[in-house]
Design a protein around this ligand. Structure first.
Ligand code: GLY
Length: 338
């Protein structure tokens, strides 16, 4: 597998693939895991480990305080190495705590979900949810190393795996059309968690995302393309109370809605649009949601990503051709009602 060294502004992030036996770095000073991932931490490192409750509802300031308290208990200095072992929530919080402790300790992340490997753990977005807003408080603080072990994916449920695949489809659409073809041709081996297929797919996503973040760490331009499907998706998650649709399922619905929007605006290559929708159907995603279109629009208006009161959508005209533009409200309502 490729090993990458990305330059994200002043930071360098190395990405390496490991077998499960070697995935935890022995030189870590403090390990953060949750109830699902603590099995990966070797016994002799347990006294340096804090095990948090799993789940988005624990992505809180209290969890950050718990990590910082553990760092104080272990008498860490600025040369300490925080190691986060888990999905997006654990990776985001470990890196955020590392950014705060002594004004910044090193952090290594061991992402254990597909979503975290392909998206959340790479690129330095860290933080917590605050006052009912997802990721409202945080910092850009890239890890020095990402350690990927695809065997950790074997412990994921099918729904969580497919949820992570949402970010894979998104990444392929914006940055790697050959990956889209791969996702079609290798569907059965991907769903069977064939190691070689997973490594190829994750490796491709890391390359695309890493290059985008190298160009735009602070999301002043092209990084926003990584939000393809997310404006619709976040609104769906909000309106359905974060229960019916997981983040990735929302993103997939959002991808479908962004394609329908582009079709209504007459800006997308129709063959490409059909190819993507057909592929999402082959993976058996729910592309219809029984929701009130006005509520979806209202949730979009409250999304923190809107700029100057205007909702800006990430849309595509062709594979790897992504644009950002405003969309008239009547088109959004029509698309959600379809
Ligand atoms: N998850 C989107 C980004 O990292 O920008």
């Amino acid at each position: 597998m490729s090993r990458y060294e990305f330059k994200f502004g002043q930071y360098t992030t190395n990405v390496n693939f490991y077998s499960l036996e070697d995935i935890i770095p022995g030189n870590g000073s403090l390990f953060v895991a949750d109830e699902n991932t603590s099995y990966l931490i070797p016994k002799e490192l347990m006294d340096k480990t804090i095990i948090l409750k799993s789940g988005e509802e624990n992505k809180t300031w209290e969890s950050i305080e718990a990590i910082l308290n553990k760092a104080i208990e272990l008498e860490l200095g600025r040369d300490g190495l925080f190691v986060g072992v888990g999905g997006g929530v654990i990776c985001d919080m470990t890196a955020f705590a590392a950014s705060l402790f002594m004004r910044g300790c090193s952090v290594t992340l061991v992402p254990t979900t597909l979503l975290a490997m392909c998206d959340a753990a790479l690129g330095g977005k860290t933080g917590i949810d605050f006052k009912n807003y997802k990721n409202l408080v945080g910092a850009f603080y890239p890890a020095t190393e990402l350690r990927i072990g695809v065997d950790t994916l074997k412990t994921l449920g099918k729904r969580e795996f497919l949820s992570g695949m949402g970010e894979v489809f998104k990444t392929a659409m914006i940055g790697d059309k050959s990956l889209l073809t791969y996702l079609k041709n290798k569907k059965d081996s991907i769903l069977a968690l064939d190691k070689e297929s997973l490594e190829y797919m994750i490796n491709s996503c890391i390359k695309v995302k890493g290059e985008i973040v190298e160009a735009d760490l602070y999301e002043r331009g092209i990084r926003a393309h990584l939000n393809l499907g997310h404006t619709f998706g976040h609104a769906l998650e909000t309106v359905t109370g974060f229960k019916d649709f997981s983040h990735g399922e929302g993103v997939v619905w959002g991808i479908a809605k962004s394609i329908e929007t582009s079709l209504l605006l007459n800006i997308i290559d129709e063959d490409y649009a059909k190819k993507v929708i057909d592929l999402l159907k082959e993976y058996k995603y729910r592309l219809k949601a029984d929701v009130d279109a006005v509520e979806i629009l209202s949730a979009m208006k409250h999304d923190k990503k809107k700029k100057g009161g205007v909702i800006r959508f990430i849309l595509q005209t062709a594979p790897q051709e992504t644009i950002i533009r405003e969309v008239p409200e009547d088109i959004i309502l029509k698309v959600v009602r379809t």
